[in-house]
Design a protein around this ligand. Structure first.
Ligand code: TRP
Length: 335
């Protein structure tokens, strides 16, 4: 079976945008591929962060992912597999300064650091972030990496790093990972449908996947629609967003509601209630599962340590082979 790998940073809440944009796809892929998903806490340290909150955020995200349908066995925690960091060092030697300077995420985040806190500094970790990402991918010989379009540049860099490594050691060792783009609905903020739903923009700009029903209903009821002067045959960003949310949730009345809209007969109040109901129906079982998970935190933590240890075996094998190929020292070779 082909190896699928993706990772997520333990920052921010799991909201509808992140669920439909990534996590749901990861859940579905599990039935067709050998999937592993990493909680990349080392990456989360590249932006100003709180040491008090990091570990708790990682566990919280793990609980959320399991409640969303990710199998425990498929989850690993990056910092519990020290081989990632070690491979990143080696890969950093076959990646150029120029390539890293061209990464748009680096430029964006540099700007973000400067905008949010003038005393904060742009860390070297933020600069070398894509090298660690390449290590995450190559250490498991991933065939497919499901990510959003914003990560394409990092994937391209990963392929360059793999090729350059192969060239240096004189062996076609690493396979070139392919980006797995899938059609995902773009979920916008209901309070401002011109920007993407995001936890960093403030409370009203995201709908918590595990929020309570009343709050979800309230947020959707107050969603921005249009001023009633929309040109025939067009749709405002707000209405479009509500329709795509409804569709993403598998809302059964999608077609008939769209027909009403096209005839100019859609009553927005009723429409919003339909959307809110579809979201509530989707998240309710997940929220219940999360409650169960939280009642058994100890078992879950134990299971994740086990799954990480199991997944680590692959990483250890790769790193050992890499050390052989590069000629650096190895302690034990009995793995
Ligand atoms: N950079 C990715 C993001 O911001 C997270 C990430 C880290 C990742 N390592 C990865 C994604 C490896 C895919 C594969 O979303």
């Amino acid at each position: 079976m082909k190896q699928v790998l993706s990772c997520i940073q333990p920052t921010g809440k799991l909201h509808l945008g992140r669920y439909f944009g990534a996590v749901k796809n990861w859940v579905d892929l599990q039935s067709s591929y050998d999937c592993i998903y990493g909680i990349v806490d080392l990456h989360a340290m590249t932006m100003p962060y709180s040491p008090k909150k990091l570990r708790e955020a990682s566990w919280e995200l793990i609980y959320n992912l399991i409640a969303s349908g990710i199998e425990k066995e498929n989850i690993f925690v990056q910092s519990m597999i020290p081989e990632h960091g070690e491979l990143a060092w080696i890969l950093g030697t076959v990646c150029s300064y120029g390539e890293l300077s061209r990464m748009t995420q680096f430029k964006d985040k540099t700007q973000q650091v400067k905008d949010t806190d003038k005393d904060a500094f742009v860390s070297a970790g933020l600069f070398t972030y894509p090298v660690l990402q390449a290590a995450d991918i190559l250490i498991y010989n991933a065939d497919y990496v499901p990510v959003g379009k914003d990560q394409e540049q990092h994937l391209e860099l990963t392929r360059n790093i793999a090729q350059r490594f192969n060239h240096v050691v004189g062996k076609e060792y690493f396979v070139s990972p392919e980006t797995l783009f899938t059609e995902v609905p773009k979920v916008m903020s209901t309070a401002d449908p011109t920007i993407k739903m995001s936890a960093s923009k403030g409370e009203k700009h995201f709908i918590d996947l595990f929020g309570d029903d009343a709050r979800i209903i309230k947020q959707i009821k107050s969603a921005v629609t249009d001023a009633g002067d929309q040109a025939p045959g067009t749709m405002s960003p707000g209405i479009e967003n509500l329709f795509s949310l409804l569709k993403a949730c598998g809302g059964a009345n999608y077609d008939s509601l769209l027909e009403s809209y096209n005839k100019g007969e859609l009553r927005y109040g009723d429409f919003k209630m339909e959307v809110a109901q579809a979201v509530v129906d989707l998240v309710k079982p997940m929220r219940e599962r999360l409650e169960d998970i939280k009642a058994n935190k100890k078992d879950i933590k134990y299971a994740i340590k086990q799954s990480t240890a199991e997944i680590r075996k692959k990483a250890m094998k790769t790193l050992s082979e890499v050390k052989e190929l590069t000629g650096i020292m190895q302690t034990a070779k009995n793995i």
